[in-house]
Design a binder for this molecule. Sequence first.
Ligand code: PEP
Ligand code: MN
Length: 337
Amino acid sequence: MIIVMKNNATQQDFKAVEDLIVSKGLKPHLSQGAQASIIGVIGDKTRLAVENIEMMEGVDKVVPVMESYKLAGRAFHPEGSVVDVGGVKIGGKELVVMAGPCAVESEAQIMKAAEAVAESGAKFLRGGAYKPRTSPYAFQGLEDEGYRLLRKAGDAFGLKVVSEVVSQNEIAIASECCDMIQVGARNMQNFRLLRALGQCGRPVLLKRGIASTIVEWLDAAEYILSEGNPNVVLCERGIRTFETATRNTLDLGAVAVVKERSHLPVIVDPSHAAGKMRYVEPLALAAVAAGADGLIVEVHPQPAQALSDAAQQLNPEQFSGLMQHCAAVAQAVGRTL
Ligand code: PEP
Ligand code: MN
């Protein structure tokens, strides 16, 4: 449930309500916004009598929350969240673009990629160090060295760094080298990993599972939030459908739905949705128009030489064009890039 406080509620009124919640063994979650101040209640709500709370000083009303996700829901946090990653803000008026190769392959490759994406206006460098490959015989990534190279390239060109962990084992080194940690589609429901990331102290980019519903995705975010990490950004990357012309079906409806149901920022990955280079830009433009807070795009200095996802990676020139065109769409929908 959520407890909506009156506009003139005093500090004491807030404290009395929070004390009552704690005394029942539940957890209060305060959200003070310009529109309304709300105290969310987490735990078994049958322990609280609604009528008693509604009689307390400063309380406007008590509203039940039916969704399984609470901290991720708009009800608990009516204003959109802005996630600050080392000074780069995701969820504000300005769109944030993350770009870089599918995988870090060598120092020269990641340096060239970083230089190119920084020049076109990306704020983050992406690149896989531990790759979740469908085949065990495919290139698996440079592992820890990949994280180190990514950090080096990010620092050289003033970019934040985001990279994926595929298990709890990488969290320590990834937290050391990366500004943001990515959970890949294949791990969206790896609940132990999500809980561990809730305690890692780094912002998390949570990709939507390959065949996950929006509610399952928000429940996955809840795992991270419930461990005390409020810095979660969602990423729509396409879902599996009957359609095979694209690698995945980009669910742009999900962007609108997530914006309504959750306060968390949501970005879009047009690359893993498209699967083919020539579809990446149209999907990116549509994502910006649909209200995404940013993009994550695969860019490789020489896509034809890429060790993974060669068909969908843009070259630096294509990426530069995408950025210019996305800036025009951003402006049309009241955002900047
Ligand atoms: C990636 O972004 O590197 C990746 C593997 O994407 P996904 O988890 O969405 O398949
Ligand atoms: Mn990839």
